[in-house]
Ligand binder design. Structure first.
Ligand code: GDP
Length: 478
């Protein structure tokens, strides 16, 4: 729908002259009878601080939510994007630093390392992009915001310690995302290092080394003494080759914000990973609810770039505000369009925050099952002791209801954490707390993300609740 300047003014309870003035300030010359398009209408309404509810026809919306399908012929191989996860103190940060400094992007030596949320290394003339924030929390937070950034995860396990709770979390978070895992057995320089013990322990989580008939790649490394790093990088390239990661570099860029902040000198800066297309100086873009025009681009070696292709991390300036990590980033044909889209995004976001969303809860599980939109009921279990987590897992596995499968995507011991909620949000799961409660931040996150958290003290009650929910017999809660 379109309307004239006059119509819009009436709707906003403003003088037409005020609307015209606003339009002029945005660079649009208009008269009272001029027809305005939807973007402009939204833009003006938001300039006047008015919430507009728009019924956006699907067609109009597709260009921002649906990625156009690329012709196979336009795709070229892109570097894999890698995240390092694992238990605290097992050496994630040391490994990231070691890889960064060992390598040696040939001619690019001499630049000043910039921390821009990710970096690239080169081996055998092939590049690999590493995300600089280790840990599954950041990984899953991005996923919960809808960003799929990582191609391959490295799970670091200290050979002198063993498989720890956060190791298991990392494995489960990577699995829930369907991202291939390479295990880096770290600290092999230590006298008490026992890599075989790690391999043995991880078989319990279906990570079986190739020499034992499985298909998981294990690499022994010492981040501290820089041993095995080259082999690790080669293994990453191997996994990348098998999965054949590709993108079309010849189109407007799209990607994800990996970090953003307000810099005293530069203003808002965003560190983005370009995932499709090529980002160029001067490009008008939207990042989350904010927009801008690329003023300058710097890579992880401190080099100024004119353009950045798929899998390249860059820091950009030229934003109007600071976006959030995990926000989608997208180039548009011009700045006016970019601005209108970012405004529309904020409006839509506010609407969806107010409205219902599609997250599964036990109360509407049956409806989802009947409508055929869920086949797996994803569950996260947190229990006070390992024994009850296992018992609960066993009992849940026995539930058989036509058409749905129960999938325990993670189980662990201890309070329900924010990370559990993010995993649930990213994987559309429900959380069962058995003799444990959510941490305060987790409680908040669950409310915000509308994640269904069920607390119980008796296994029988959990089973009964899930069974009834699956059959649509759960008593509604008032
Ligand atoms: P993170 O918490 O997983 O990021 O772990 P860090 O990278 O901070 O490492 C924790 C500690 O382990 C630090 O004191 C590191 O120096 C040490 N460390 C990391 N890698 C190695 C290694 O390969 N060998 C030895 N001996 N120590 C290591």
């Amino acid at each position: 729908g379109t309307m004239t300047v006059g119509d819009l003014a009436k709707l906003l309870h403003k003088d037409a002259s005020e609307v015209i003035k606003k339009l002029i300030s945005l660079g649009v010359m208009a008269t009272i009878n001029q027809e305005l398009d939807m973007d402009t209408i939204l833009l003006i309404a938001s300039e006047f601080g008015v919430e507009v509810e728009v019924k956006i026809p699907v067609e109009e919306d597709t260009f921002e939510t649906v990625e156009e399908v690329d012709d196979e012929a336009d795709l070229t191989t892109r570097p894999p994007v890698v995240t390092i996860m694992g238990h605290v103190d097992h050496g994630k940060t040391t490994l990231l630093d070691a890889i960064r400094s060992t390598n040696v992007t040939g001619g690019e030596a001499g630049g000043i390392t910039q921390h821009i949320g990710a970096y690239q290394v080169e081996i055998n003339q092939k590049k690999i992009t590493f995300l600089d924030t280790p840990g599954h929390e950041a990984f899953t937070l991005m996923r919960a915001r809808g960003a799929q950034v990582t191609d391959i995860t490295i799970i670091v396990v200290a050979a002198d310690d063993g498989v720890m709770p956060q190791t298991v979390e990392a494995v489960n978070h990577a699995k829930a995302a369907g991202v291939p895992i390479i295990v880096a057995v770290n600290k092999i320089d230590k006298p008490d290092a026992d890599p075989d013990k790690i391999k043995q322990a991880l078989t319990e989580y279906e990570l079986v080394p190739e020499e034992w008939g499985g298909d998981t790649i294990f690499v022994n490394v010492s981040a501290k003494q820089r041993l095995g790093l080259e082999e690790l990088l080669e293994m990453i390239l191997l996994v990348a080759e098998v999965n054949d990661y590709k993108a079309n570099p010849d189109k407007r860029a799209r990607g994800t914000v990996i970090e953003a902040e307000l810099d005293k000198g530069k203003g808002p800066v965003a560190r983005v990973l370009v995932q499709h297309g090529t980002l160029k100086i001067g490009d008008a873009f939207v990042a989350g609810n904010t927009f801008g025009r690329v003023r300058a681009m710097v890579n992880d070696k401190g080099r100024r770039l004119k353009e950045a292709g798929p899998s390249t991390p860059v820091e950009i300036t030229g934003l109007t505000e600071v976006p959030l990590a995990g926000d989608p980033f997208m180039v548009f044909e011009d700045e006016r369009k970019a601005r209108a889209i970012s405004d529309r995004r904020s409006i839509k976001q506010r609407q969806s925050e107010l409205g219902a969303n599609s997250r599964v809860t036990l109360d509407d599980l049956f409806k989802h099952i009947q409508e055929g939109d869920i086949k797996d009921l994803n569950i996260i279990i947190k229990a006070d002791v390992q024994g009850s987590a296992e018992a609960l897992k066993g009992s849940l596995a026995k539930i058989e209801i036509e058409g749905v499968r129960i999938k325990i995507i993670h189980s662990g011991v201890g309070a329900i954490t924010e990370s559990d909620i993010n995993l649930a949000s990213a994987s559309n799961a429900i959380v069962i707390g058995f003799n444990v409660r959510p941490e305060p931040q987790a409680d908040l996150a669950a409310q915000q993300e509308k994640v269904d958290v069920r607390l119980h003290r008796v296994i029988y009650n959990v089973i009964e609740e899930i069974e009834q929910a699956m059959k649509g017999m759960l008593d509604p809660i008032f």
